[in-house]
Design a protein around this ligand. Sequence first.
Ligand code: SER
Length: 322
Amino acid sequence: MLLLIIQLYRMNTVILVLGASGQIGTELTQKLRKIYGSNHVIASDIREGSEELMPSGPFEIIDATDKIKILETVKKYNVTQVYLLAAMLSATAEKMPEKAWNLNMNSLLAVLDLAKENHIQQVYWPSSIAVFGPSTPKINTPQQTIMQPSTVYGISKVSGEYWCNYYHEKYGVDVRSLRYPGIISWKTKPGGGTTDYAVDIYFKALEDKKYECFLSENTRLPMMYMNDAVNATIQLMQAKPKDIKIRTSYNLAAIDFTPKEISEEIKKHIPDFQISYQTDFRQAIADSWPSSIDDSEARQDWKWHHDFDLQSMTEDILKNLK
Ligand code: SER
């Protein structure tokens, strides 16, 4: 009986992924297609995606701030859920504050409005560790704490969290969110983030056996392997509404490490790998963020757990990239 209900739920679910060509979008779309079926997951982005993504199911070119185009697509495919992953990350946003604000905010408000108007039933929107700032407790940062972010990206994410909560409280919108740490992947690279070094380092280690890091050796940041991030996202969206007790955004954590520690781990596989340090403006962004996150509420409310630590992630990435 339960299996039948799950089957029916999946058959009635049609997902639109906005930002499907990006780092998280690429892998999340593929996983959703495995679960719900290719034709039940509509990928979209402002540009085409990878060679792997494009032939795997329907794709639409959509600017995530274009509410009319999103609505057209929702109607065309009878979309029930939107995953909004289009965003400008922290480092790029510092260079283009207005553009970042417009993209990050207008896309969210467009999607929340479509849910409020009952065109869609469920929304996923990622927040980030960037909601925290220099005055936030740095170690095991709690769910509820001082936020005061010092970056444009962080300001847009804090504001977005309160919009999500507002639409939930006021209009009953079923919007769910996670505060992602730095996400590490090997299929698609991130762009314009402060945690990107932890992706680039693997590529450079294999190509050149050396890497110049833009953060200092002891900068500790919360991180997570892509497989865990994708699982967390889908698990959150599949949880029963009564188990979702936080409608701003959930703290989410897996591992934390410094550039020195990740380079030591890589050296176990590539003994002559060398790291050097040349910090730039991204150091100040990293310094304003937590070193580790307390995600006990996610673990308690919808039974989140992570699978990958620094060692198993490094093994998996190097094996796949080789
Ligand atoms: N990975 C993001 C960034 O570095 C943080 O959410 O901007």
